[in-house]
Design a binder for this molecule. Sequence first.
Ligand code: TRP
Length: 336
Amino acid sequence: MHTVESVRRSPHAHRVLTGDRPTGPLHLGHYFGTLQNRIRLQDAGVELFLVIADYQVLTDRDVADRPAEHAENLVLDYLAAGVDPQRATVFTHSSVPALNQLLLPFLSLVSVAELGRNPTVKDEIAHSRQSAVSGLMFTYPVHQAADILFCKADLVPVGQDQLPHLETTRTIARRFNDRYRTGLFPEPEALLSTAPLLPGTDGGKMSKSRGNAIALGATEDETARLIRGATTDADRHIGYDPRNRPGVAGLLQLAALCQDRDPHDVAAEIGSGGAARLKATVTEAVNEHLRPLRRRRAELATDRGHLRAVLAAGSERANAVAKATLDEVRAAMGSL
Ligand code: TRP
C-alpha cells in the first residue's frame, strides 16, 4: 500500500521521527517545509518523536553556542506551531546516552569508504567552519541512524539533503538484521516534503545565517522590515515568473502559502501595483497567518519552566525506549 494511504488508514501502525539542530529560531522555511507536515501527521494519530540534535551541532563547528537555550527555544517554536507534548516525544540527543551507545555497533556495520562517499557529508565538509574534518562529521550519518532506529521509526520526514542519511540508516537496519539474524529494525522510509523550497527575502535559500529568513517568533514590525528589504525588480506589473523574476516570485509564493492560494492569483490581484503593493500584501499575509501562532508563542515564552518540563518528560520517555532497544541489540549480539 502507498505510504500516504497507509498513514491515513492506520496512523497508529506508524512512528515518525525527525529533528532539528538547535542553532537558532525556526523560520518560515522550516514551517512550510516540514513543521506543518509533522503536525498534520501528529494530528492524524501518528506517534511523533522529535530529536533536538544538539551533539550534531558539533559536526561542522568546534563549539556549540548556547545549546540548552536554543533547545528550549526550539521547544517553544514546536509547541507554538502545534506540537502536542501529551502525544509527541520531544527530547535532546545528549539527554539519551543510549543513543551514543548504539553508535558503536552501528559503526561496525558500515565501511570507511561508504562514509567517505556520502554526498551530504562531503557537502558539509566543503562548507564546514572547521579547519579539519572531525570524526563526528565523518560519522554523521551513523549517529543519525541511531536517532532514527532507537525508536524503530518507519517514517522520517526530511528534506532532499538528508536522503543519503536515510540510505545509510536503511543499510544499517538491514545489515544488523542480516548479521544477527533478527527482525529488530524496520527499514525507515523518507517522507519528502511536497512544498516547493521557499526562497528567502534575497531570492536565495531561506537560512538564518544568510539574514534572509523570517523567524516564526519575529514581531510584526520585524517581519515588515525584512519584507521591505526583499529583492524585487523595477517592473511595476507583478507576475509570477520564478525563472526570470525570482525575487518577486518568492514573495508571491510566500503570500500564497500563507493564504492557501495560487501565486498567480495573488499576482493578478496586485496587478500594476509594483513592489510596494506586493510587499504590503505579503507582509499582511504573513503577519495574519502567524498571528495565532505568535500569540501562543508569546504566552508559552513566559514559562521557561514548562519548556524545560516538556524536555524532561520527553527525555524520560526517549530514554525508556532507547534502553529497551539497546537491551535488544545487546541480546542479539550475544550480550556485547
Ligand atoms: N540532520 C538533520 C539536520 O541537519 C537533523 C537531524 C538529526 C535529523 N537527527 C535526525 C533529521 C533524525 C531526521 C532524523 O537538519
